[in-house]
Design a binder for this molecule. Structure first.
Ligand code: ATP
Length: 257
């Protein structure tokens, strides 16, 4: 699984007025670690994830995966966005096997894995359905299976459950925990939701207002396996109070900047 390192990463967008999105971000993520990024709206979380994905370059500093500089997007990194970008004209099964098929892999190398993943995300009986016939949560589960079938070394997730209702969201969080505990992929997870960050992550990074830096790192030592029952434990509440205070001060800096 991937080890990720950011060294003094900065990013300026040269639009009509230049925007400094990131400033001197240093981050070390261990193999198999689950990391969550929280921060005020517009601070630069997606920018950071896009640099890790290779969708855009940094203006300064370096981003490394397993010691090598991150260049273009690659199959070692799977990216999941808020909306699963499924092909509407393909069935669930065809969507899931699309990547390995395009890579020219023989069926024997990916079909078994694809079947297993569909079962893991609870969609075994929907293999022949089309995306339009699925709920938002089901579509997102297809999206996750589609990325995992490529066996990425790191999973980069940008608000993946942001568009889902509260109940579906909790089910998806539990599903992701199950999948991650099984595969132990390195995960970088961007969210606005403090509960979600605490429930899922080994470490939560609270970013400052733009230009974003890592303001605070909080190690979440709640035992694993975790479940949504943990949301009401006293330790959980303590973490939440600590992170809320940090977020409030980040928000205040954003307002007064
Ligand atoms: N392609 C771009 N061109 C110019 N400016 C951009 C571009 N992408 C992002 N920005 C700016 O960079 C800053 C950081 O944006 P980013 O999307 O990374 O924030 P974010 O923390 O993910 O926000 P949110 O939490 O609201 O999703 C914003 O001010 C945004 O307007």
């Amino acid at each position: 699984m991937a080890e990720i390192a950011l060294r003094k990463v900065a990013k300026t967008y040269f639009s009509a007025t230049p925007v400094r999105a990131l400033e001197s971000v240093d981050l070390d993520i261990a193999e198999g670690e689950f990391v969550a990024l929280l921060g005020p709206s517009g601070c630069g979380k997606s920018t950071l994830l896009n640099i890790l994905a290779g969708f855009e370059g940094s203006s300064e500093g370096s981003a490394l995966i397993d010691g090598g500089a991150i260049g273009r997007p690659g199959p070692d990194r799977g990216v999941v966005f808020q909306e699963a970008a499924l092909f509407p004209w393909l069935t669930v099964w065809e969507n899931v096997v699309f990547g390995p098929k395009m890579q020219g892999l023989p069926k024997s190398e990916y079909e078994g894995r694809a079947r297993e993943l569909l079962a893991t995300v609870g969609l075994k009986d929907f293999a022949q359905s089309y995306p339009a016939q699925l709920s938002g949560g089901m579509r997102q589960r297809v999206g996750i299976a589609r990325v995992l079938v490529m066996q990425p070394r790191a999973l980069l997730m940008d608000e993946p459950f942001g568009a889902l209702d509260a109940q579906t969201r909790m089910a998806m969080q539990e599903l992701l925990l199950t999948v991650w505990e099984k595969l132990n992929t390195t995960v970088v997870f961007v969210t606005h939701d403090i509960d979600e960050a605490i429930l899922l992550a080994d470490r939560v990074f609270v970013m400052t207002a733009r230009p974003a830096r890592i303001g605070r790192e909080i190690a979440i030592t709640l035992p694993r396996p975790r479940s949504i029952d943990d949301l009401t434990s006293p330790e959980f509440t303590r973490y939440k109070a600590e992170i809320m205070a940090e977020m409030r001060s980040a928000h205040h800096q954003a307002e007064t900047a």
